[in-house]
Design a protein. Structure first.
Length: 369
């Protein structure tokens, strides 16, 4: 595995600061005549680190919110709870209402694309204000970001498989009737899950959480083995009970199973952070999970293609909800964020074990993605 110094040298030559800041090619510097023509990617990301994506993302989110409001008004502010209610929706009677209906169906993937753009723009803005800030991983480590997006789809498909085959804790309603449309929407929505958490955690890191240091924990080999074995038990629990209560362990099991493996492989891991007294990345990830969790539920609530929960094990607490989520359920977003990060590190370890080293290494021990 290449070390941090080596990875920074590679980034400078290819995908790093020179590309981001728009440095001229040697032949152009010599001639002084040919004007550099920026690529489409550089135009979207912002020339010389300008956070153009911040405004593109905000525009997309605000536009979607306006069109969603038009559709909600058309259906008389109905919050959809089932597929039967979706089937009774009034038909749009104008081009604007048809567009609003399409946005209401694709609200989740559209808003999360906007959010990724906003997060990238904010991180680029930090970099523009201070050269000491690491900037946006989308620009400095694009292959790692893309790998996080693709593997995020696999992680959520695993959770969906456990849910729909065994525990039945959540249900989807109002999905696109066109199969290719449904698959594309799911790919974007599922793929944005981990990157959104990671970029949000990077934002919290740059706001100061990377400096969080606490006493180091003494974690020996026996503790790691014990965590791994306990994780296997937590992972098996949903398959055994086959009820919604299985999600209590589903959202923490992969941390115990995969993080010791990552530590044994010498990859970034929570255990190694805690052994070194570095707690900033852990806290930032949980804060990112909480932030994204609130936004997931907010953008989901009024949408047509959405999810609802069935968590009877909460008893009377199930009726106290913020949007569709019972209030105690928001706690689950904290370990879920750690789980997504640990799973992604395991994917990177697996790829390198297969000889695939296209993913850039992390630049330091505090970076998230």
């Amino acid at each position: 595995m290449a070390g941090p110094a080596e990875s920074m040298q590679v980034d400078v030559k290819s995908d790093g600061p020179d590309a981001e800041n728009g440095a001229a090619e040697p032949s152009q510097r010599r001639s002084g005549r040919r004007k550099h023509r920026p690529s489409i990617l550089r135009v979207v990301l912002g020339h010389r680190g300008r956070p153009v994506t911040l405004f593109l993302g905000l525009g997309l989110i605000i536009g979607c919110e306006i069109l969603l409001a038009i559709d909600v008004t058309r259906r008389e502010a109905a919050v959809l709870k089932s597929q039967a209610e979706v089937a009774l929706l009034p038909t749009p009677d104008s081009a604007l209402q048809s567009l609003a209906r399409r946005v209401a169906i694709d609200m989740t993937p559209l808003c999360w694309v906007g959010y990724l753009l906003v997060a990238d723009g904010l991180l680029a803005g930090f970099r523009r204000r201070s050269a000491s800030q690491p900037g946006s991983p989308l620009r400095t480590r694009p292959r790692r970001f893309a790998f996080a997006f693709v593997t995020s789809v696999g992680v959520w498909l695993f959770f969906d498989w456990v849910n729909f085959s065994f525990i039945h804790a959540w249900t989807y309603h109002g999905l696109p009737t066109n199969l290719p449309h449904e698959y594309v929407a799911k790919f974007i929505a599922f793929g944005a899950i981990s990157p959104a958490i990671f970029l949000t955690a990077e934002l919290y890191q740059q706001l100061g959480l990377r400096r969080v240091r606490l006493p180091a924990l003494r974690i020996g080999q026996a503790w790691r083995v014990g965590a791994f074995v306990a994780g296997l038990g937590l992972l098996v629990f949903p398959f055994v009970v086959q009820r919604p209560i299985g999600c209590l362990t589903l959202w923490v099991s992969l941390i115990f199973v995969l993080d010791p493996v990552n530590a044994w492989a010498g990859a970034p891991s929570l255990l190694r952070d805690w052994q070194a007294g570095r707690w900033g990345r852990t806290v930032a990830l949980m804060a990112g999970g909480a932030t994204c969790g609130i936004l997931w539920e907010f953008w989901n609530y009024w949408a047509i293609a959405k999810w609802t929960y069935d968590l009877p094990f909460l008893g009377p607490l199930e009726s106290y909800r913020a949007f569709e989520m019972p209030l105690p359920g928001f706690v689950g977003f904290l370990p879920f964020a750690l789980e997504c990060w640990v799973a992604f590190q395991a994917f990177v370890v697996g790829a390198r074990a297969l000889g695939l080293r296209f993913v850039e290494p992390l630049p330091d021990h505090d970076a998230v993605v």
